[in-house]
Design a protein around this ligand. Sequence first.
Ligand SMILES: [Zn+2]
Length: 310
Amino acid sequence: MAVDNVTALGADVYEIDTRMAGYSGITAGYLILGDRPCLVETGTSTSAPIVRDALTSLGVGPDDLATVVVTHIHLDHAGGVGDIARFYPSAEIVVHEKGARHLADPSRLMASAKMVWGDKLDVLFGALAPTDAARIRALGDTGNIDLGNGRTLSSHYSPGHAKHHVGLLDSLSGDLYVGDAAGVYLPETGDLRPATPPPDFDLGVALDSIALFDALGPQRLLFSHYGPVTNVAETLERSAEELRIWVDLTRQARSEGLDLDHAVAMVRDRTRERYAALQGDETTAEQFELLSGAPSNVAGIMHWLDRTPG
Ligand SMILES: [Zn+2]
């Protein structure tokens, strides 16, 4: 079967456009194809059939997928876990320990997503289906996934964006799956913007995670939003700089006594010129807003400032 949403990245790694809500080029999953095929990120629940078609096109049948791992349990990354687990009954589901119980019983996660997204929830994400707890392996600060033939994917706890976030380093390729911890990258424009949603965002913790990524010495970064980046050091520096800029501006808005809506407007206005995506066509700007929207970013930073003394 031919599909048009799979891109070979070398070292038996394939990028899969999971087509969240029908958009192209904003949400990526990755297949590491070896003796023990491993899917990194499932995309949303509505993406699951698209991901299955992609895996079929790569020769991965229902009993062939060994592992499904998610960088964190936000629905754009893990919303399809329950469906994919059902499609691939032999696969072990791997997730940080702070996310594991939500994959087994998604009711609380879905309720809070409903509060945030309202009527848009069904269109954007669909519903996360539960996964049999016996199939879930919870990761601590570090962990290992066997990719076969001595190749491993090591996990590294990297909170800041979310308290259940891990980065994943491929021992063979040096690829680092950064999830959302290094921000949101738009390949069309080269823009990089932070993703600082409530309720977990914490600047110091997020900067520590970026420093950890740098210390791991990756050869390439694979963004869930979106795609590969090879100038690693420069990109991670930019990730940290972007965080500091958004926090500084939000802090300023807060000290001027602006409410959330006005703070969002101010930060959006003062950061606009940094991003080529916001100068160009509206579709690209809209995609950027969907994944690292100013309202969500500023609300996350405000939430952190509110509970941080000084
Ligand atoms: Zn995301």
